[in-house]
Design a protein around this ligand. Sequence first.
Ligand code: ATP
Length: 411
Amino acid sequence: MKEKKEENLMDKIVSLCKRRGFVYPNAEIYGGFAGFWDYGPYGLAMKNNIKQLWWKMFVTDREDMYGVDASLITKQDVLQASGHVSGFSDPLADGSRFNTMFRTSVGAGEDSQIAYLRPETAQGIFTNFKNVVDSFHPKLPFGIAQIGKAFRNEIAPRDFIFRLRELEQMEVEYFIYEKEWEASFEMWQKTIWKWIEEIGIDKDKTHELEVADGERAHYSKRTIDFEFDFPFGRKELYGLAYRTDFDLKNHQTSSGVDLSYFDESSHTGAQNRIIPHVIEPSLGIERTMLAILSSAYTEDILGDEPRVYLKLKSSIAPIKVAVFPLLKNKPELVAKAREIYLILKKEHNAVVFDDNGNIGKRYRRQDEIGTPYCVTIDFDTLTDDTVTVRDRDNGKQERVRIEELVKYIKI
Ligand code: ATP
């Protein structure tokens, strides 16, 4: 019974996402394209909110982080050194293995060379390690962060935006002294839990899985998967891995370029040069979005009527405020509502104006996309400069003075 209900939940989320402009099947007019999805205006807004919040928490709020934005197409040498060319594969039904990187070629004729669409953002960080060190002289520990697309030719893409062939990752490679790895691992573990809470993923549905010896990726000495109870089952949401000095060491050997770090804190001559170890929190954007949607999707009864709403954090909601004139055919109400809309839009940006249909329907439309506040301009507004502000979660309305409105709406 529970499973059936959860299955329905998935269908409901997929249909809401399509209908309300969050997520569309890619190339839908040509029958779709498995493993690829496009984002409509609200999905794009939500993704941007997720990325901005992540960048703030993982990069700009800290003093030890540097951002990069590397190429998506990756030189073969890089992925040979990292082990992806030989090892990034999944088993096929007949027992052979299938490399899940998308291969392409760069350049024409004899000059062309094999390259790959990057399967993770991490390698673009390792190959820029020396550049960042040379430009900024950071002290250990420090991190390099990147948000961007990654590509995996998954054998069986499925479950909506859960298993994709084109995905987006938010990754940090955090460079440390080897002896600090446990403390650093714990620090990032805590940060991930803080993140989960901050963006509105249901903590009770999130679980840590200690990945056993033999099941970890080739480079990892310890990995925790953060798993989430998606409507289709408990599955990996994020990964946190101790990658040791595997990547930098291999890139140093393969490229012949010295990637060691000059450790000024020790004064012991030649031993000053070390290869830092690495802790990596790796977060997929689409799985974040799906976990948020699964946590936020709510059905209740409000004013004797069933309704659907997304209980999104206001920082994640694609629209923060909707502004309604009570009646469409009263020019003085519409003019006043436009005036208030422009004030709010200047402040909160993601604000919509809606004068279509009865007010109850307009509320329901906003509930369904998770808009935290609706502001209605009625005849009293024209005489006393107050508006009603309706709260999405409990439907309660409060009269607020226009001059206090911007402050009242907390995003
Ligand atoms: P899985 O076991 O589900 O295939 P993975 O262990 O291969 O995932 P990682 O290589 O650790 O995943 O990638 C880091 C993160 O990138 C994942 O935790 C997930 O959030 C995201 N991710 C990985 N593969 C996909 C995919 N095919 N579609 C969507 N997101 C993905």
